[in-house]
Design a protein. Structure first.
Length: 68
């Protein structure tokens, strides 16, 4: 069974939603980087940092559950 994860960010009237299969976190961080570096996007480096942090916390929590 492939678990689909989701991260979302509400910024003013905009919503950024990222859905991805577990294990593809590196690809999502790459997407954050591309969006933050694009002048056409309102997604900035702070937004990328916030979502990266959320992803890291989720992974940390899951790892803690496995270890216990």
């Amino acid at each position: 069974m492939n678990v689909i994860r989701q991260l979302s960010l509400v910024k003013g009237s905009q919503r950024f939603i990222f859905r991805y299969p577990a294990g593809r976190e590196v690809d999502v961080v790459d997407a954050f980087t591309r969006l933050a570096g694009s002048r056409e996007s309102d997604f900035d480096w702070f937004d990328a940092a916030v979502l990266s942090y959320q992803m890291g916390r989720r992974l940390e929590t899951e790892l803690d559950q496995v270890v216990q």
